[in-house]
Design a protein around this ligand. Structure first.
Ligand code: NAP
Length: 526
């Protein structure tokens, strides 16, 4: 396809502004979305929502399936363009496209089946004493138009057709997507595939629009637009927090589901360090440097008790990092911010440099680094808990079991926390787990945090600063509930009720009747 560099507003490519940007990787200038274009996209989406929200789950699923199909038709050029724009290798991008397509199909299956609407029926009790009880029914309905922001490090899975857009569309919401300036061409190509799918399945124009921008203006305009009902964001703490604050200051505040960074602490228990400290050090150094450390689940802080086994683990970890070559980083700002983070740790009086990897000629090169500090220093300075986005790790050594637990207790909110231990360690240190579950969304036993499965039970979220709302996940089918709200229908006549709440249950969805799961027509009136 020929790139236009324009906004995709409904079914039209538009460029009314004069400000442009480019990313050096493609020979196209991209037009910054103007305030008028943000407004146009939001209005069109709001109009489309009136029809889109009424479509059946099966009809919306056909749209999602078609998006998956359109993406599969252009996967080779998409992969090639994403390589140019992000520097990520082809195999990694190919896996990410597959994951994105499978994720879309999972949401299509979810809304085809239909029970996700959480239909509940508490039938009336007209004879109840002393007062009759009304008929009360509840289900989830879509919120409206969602503003979505993707991250640079996943140009597909957390981008234009990624989890936020797809879960919003699955819920029955329309989407205005603000493209990431790190991969605007990949974004336009993906957006174009969504537009083709929308046309082919006769979706209302405006169900999806894509805006380009390399400054913060259009993003802030989107979040503060009165027709936007919620925001899905994946990116940095600074970006997520800025948009969260902007949304909170609106005349009508709206939810911002910002999924941000994390240091994903890894706790190493004594038994397993005695058993296989060298293997563990190599595995964890590999996880830390995977993809030049540019994963939100990258393990950035390690905790262990002071011992000979820990020292031997640290020695192998340092040797592995020292032998690891630098690789390219995604964008210039990310590369600069990594250098700043490394300088902050290198200059810290209570942090010791353990190892630095091999420099290379790679563009936007990120050299792996490992540092060491004590629990006392870690607890004294909260900046040591900040994410250094890239291949950097801080090893925190505890003088006692109590110190180790205190360090976990004072940990900021995390996407993940991992524990490595023998079966006996997991018994001896079981008290740690009670603290861990208060600190993060996903607790992992004997595994690396990198790699997030897209399933029903996945939780990819966590207490602030990992996200702005710890109750929700951005990965897996439960992500849909960020973009819905429950409505209660009291004493409604049958002809006014939505299909999932009708007595005969024409969609045959699972429902909670008087708090009990039930499928088929309503069988109780008490
Ligand atoms: P980013 O710089 O925050 O960019 C994300 C998006 O937000 C871009 O569209 C950016 O566009 C916009 N943005 C940033 N600051 C803004 C502001 N103040 N006002 C308005 N818009 C703003 O993030 P990134 O560098 O791409 O991604 C790296 C970060 O994402 C890391 O911290 C990583 O851990 C995190 N991440 C988290 C997850 C997760 O699931 N939790 C997944 C992947 C990555 P402009 O630059 O044009 O403003």
């Amino acid at each position: 396809m020929t790139l236009t560099g324009k906004q995709l507003i409904g079914y039209t490519a538009a460029a009314s502004g004069t400000k442009t940007f480019s990313n050096d990787d493609v020979d196209v200038r991209f037009f910054e979305a103007t305030a008028a274009e943000v407004d146009q996209a939001a209005r069109l989406a709001s109009d489309a929502f009136a029809r889109y929200r009424q479509l059946s789950g099966v009809t919306r699923a056909a749209f999602l399936e078609r998006i998956a199909h359109e993406l599969s038709l252009v996967r080779a050029p998409l992969n090639e363009m994403a390589q140019r724009e992000t520097g990520l290798p082809s195999a990694r991008l190919d896996g990410e496209i597959t994951r994105t397509i499978n994720q879309i199909k999972l949401f299509a299956a979810l809304i085809t089946e239909g029970s996700w609407v959480r239909a509940m029926i508490d039938p009336a009790q007209p004879d109840r004493q002393p007062l009759p009880k009304a008929d009360i029914r509840q289900m989830q309905i879509p919120l409206g138009v969602i503003g979505v922001f993707g991250a640079s490090n996943f140009p597909f899975a957390f981008s234009v057709a990624g989890g936020d857009t797809i879960s919003a569309l699955a819920a029955g919401c329309c989407v205005v997507y603000k493209s990431h300036p790190g991969h605007p061409a990949t974004s336009e190509m993906t957006g174009d595939a969504i537009v083709r799918a929308a046309r082919a399945t006769d979706m209302p124009e405006g169900v999806f629009s894509l805006l380009q921008g390399a400054g913060h203006e259009s993003g802030v305009q989107l979040v503060t637009h009165p027709l936007i009902s919620a925001v899905g964001f994946t990116g940095s703490l600074a970006g997520g927090r800025a948009l969260f604050n902007a949304a909170a200051q609106r005349a009508e505040p709206i939810p911002v589901y910002a999924e941000m960074g994390s240091v994903n602490p890894v706790i190493l228990l004594p038994g397993i360090l005695a058993e296989k400290s060298a293997d563990l050090a190599k595995t964890l150094a590999g996880s830390n440097t995977l993809g030049t450390g540019q994963f939100c689940t990258n393990p950035g802080v390690f905790l262990a008790l002071d011992s000979n086994e820990t020292n031997s683990f640290l020695q192998t970890y340092a040797n592995t990092i020292a032998a690891t070559p630098a690789d390219g980083m995604l964008t210039e700002p990310i590369c600069k911010s990594y250098a700043k983070g490394i300088a902050r740790l290198s200059n810290h009086p209570e942090v010791k440099a353990m190892a630095t990897g091999q420099a290379t000629e790679k563009k936007r090169s990120g050299i792996p680094n490992a540092f060491k500090t004590s629990v006392a220093a870690f607890l004294k300075d909260a900046s040591l808990q900040e994410e250094v986005f890239g291949p950097s790790a801080l090893h925190v050594v505890a003088g006692s079991r109590e110190e180790l637990i205190e360090a976990i207790r004072q940990m900021h909110g995390q996407l993940t926390l991992s524990v490595w231990g023998t079966p006996q360690d997991l018994v001896d240190y079981s008290d740690i787990f009670k603290v861990l579950e208060l600190k993060g969304g996903r607790i992992i036993c004997n595994g690396v945090p990198t790699g997030v499965e897209v399933t029903h039970a996945m939780m990819h979220g966590g207490p602030y600063p990992a996200t702005t709302d710890s109750k929700y996940t951005s990965v897996g089918t439960q992500a849909i509930y960020r973009f819905t709200r429950p409505v209660c229908y009291q004493n409604y006549p049958q002809h006014l009720l939505p299909a999932p709440l009708l007595n005969e249950n024409p969609l045959n969805v699972w429902r909670w009747v008087n708090g009990q799961p039930q499928q088929g027509p309503l069988t109780t009136s008490a």
